[in-house]
Design a protein around this ligand. Structure first.
Ligand code: ATP
Length: 137
């Protein structure tokens, strides 16, 4: 069964949105197979976002994701990657549809509440970056 990596970013954790994100994924029908509140180290942040290394906002992105705890999760279900991306909404919350997580909870692209893997390949990479095999049920 397909798995995806979902992370409530520091802004979402601080604004107490973790419970709502978990509820939305549960109600959609996905199974939670791993979850933890954690600090992202600078090394992990740079590895996770390495595709954006050359972007002007890379420094800001790394500073933000390492600034306070995130809630990292692995969800499993049919078409988990694609369906989860739909639930998250467009990257920029100002453009995300109402009813999506970013559309309902965000305003700025730099503080867009959640991350979700953009492909099966990314999901496999991100799950192994954030979780040990033994942390997944
Ligand atoms: P994520 O990888 O977090 O799920 P995404 O795949 O929808 O987001 P990407 O284009 O991969 O979006 O960008 C990664 C992250 O970089 C975004 O979630 C956002 O927080 C941040 N970001 C993107 N564009 C900008 C920008 N112009 N200024 C600041 N931060 C940005």
């Amino acid at each position: 069964m397909e798995k995806t990596f979902i992370m409530v970013k520091p802004d979402g954790v601080q604004r107490n949105i973790v419970g709502d994100v978990v509820t939305r994924f549960e109600k959609k029908g996905f199974q939670l197979v791993g979850a933890k509140l954690m600090h992202v180290s600078e090394d992990l942040a740079k590895e996770h976002y390495k595709e954006h290394k050359e972007k002007p906002f890379f420094g800001e992105l790394v500073d933000f994701i390492t600034s306070s705890p995130v809630f990292a999760m692995v969800w499993e279900g049919e078409n988990a990657v694609t369906v989860a991306r739909k639930m998250l909404g467009k990257t920029n919350p100002a453009e995300a549809e109402v009813g999506t997580i970013r559309g309902d909870y965000g305003l700025q692209v730099a503080k867009n509440v959640v991350h979700g893997s953009d492909s099966n390949e990314s999901a496999t990479r991100e799950i192994s970056l954030f979780f040990e095999e033994s942390e997944l049920v």
